[in-house]
Design a protein around this ligand. Sequence first.
Ligand SMILES: [Zn+2]
Length: 451
Amino acid sequence: MDFFDRFRAALRIKTDWPAGALPGDAEAEAPLFRFQDFLAEQYPRFHKTAERWILGPYSLIYRWPGTDGGSGGEGGEKPVLILAHYDVVPVETDKWTCDPFGGETKDGFIYGRGALDMKSILISIMEGAETLCAEGFRPKRDIWFAFGGDEERTGLLGALKTARWFAERGTRFSWILDEGSAIIENYIPGLDKPAALFGIEEKGFLSLDLTAVQKPGHASRPPSVQAAAVLAGALYRLSKKPFPFRLVPTVEQFFTQLSRLMSGPRAFFMRHARVLGPLFLRALSAQPDMAALLHTTVAMTQLAGSAADNVMPSEVRAVINLRLLQPRTVEDAVGFIKKAVNDKRVEVKIHGTGTGPVPANPEHTRQGGPGWKEMAAALEAVYPGVPPLVFIMVATTDSRHYQNLTGGIFRFNPHRLDPGELGRMHGHDERISPDNLRRGLEFYTSLFRLL
Ligand SMILES: [Zn+2]
């Protein structure tokens, strides 16, 4: 088997989570254990060199020992932590043109759930480490890997547990690398060359239930005021009251860096975003990709009423999903929504677990902070001339559970992706080109050589 075969084999292990299964369900957890075993079988040299801890199906940890005894003691560099996850989001099989768990190759791409998010990365990390171990290479400092099995379901069983394990041992990291933004092409209007987005800050995540109740009954005798209309009114008012636009330092720095890659009036506007103020931000926010960088977003994701067409529901419910821009906290986001809904008949409650934003460490925003030199050098080795830009991650990653263990987190995928390919992530027909996969492997191999 070669690298590509191993990647395809990894895609065939069905590590999605069956609907309705609960943690502890042996059948649901078996593929996660199978994936852990698969790594041990396929990467024997690395497994001989590294120490491994398995904290259950959702958490797999390795320590690749450095030559300087690099556990962060006197004289040694603090370790680096590389994160990944081996679970994948579920699929709608009938919307795929091939088997989502078949690892098929067609039209010059390898297809499968996890092809981008993120078995591509995890297998590249392992492959790079295996190759270097085979060469007899040893990193100077300790490199830790922590792989999670429930990232797509909040990471509370995997990443959170692993982070606590590190905290108890007193292991801290100079910096952390997790999945994140990619090398983008044709993504930002006015930017006609590729750029690498290093996410150094992350937005928060919060879902809310909005519920309106009424007396259930026969649809032939509806009440004069119906719960659905009350809820619809609330949702309409929400849509008219977006969270205020705000230029956070990371985004301002991103715009400044972007302006250097652009020309003409666009470059001028980007460079002077702060001076141009709210009106400019509002104009920019007409593009959803830009709006996501400039305020707390509200996505209306679920609506539910009665189960039958002739039955009045006892309650109607909407779920909205917010991505919080700092300094917005979970609590004040709930307050903002309640005020915007402005109707006591609509109950607003937190759905699941909300998490606040993870701001960038000021030390880390300077492009000389921990890890920048190595990350930039590995990027240059694989993608010569592609500049790294600071970015804000608008989705959540496992890395948020590790924020107290380090001074800097990079969220980055070393793959070159246009919006069409990015749209397949969590969508249908997720795929990766062998060229992208190979470059990802080169990136991690180059990076490990520098650590
Ligand atoms: Zn992911």
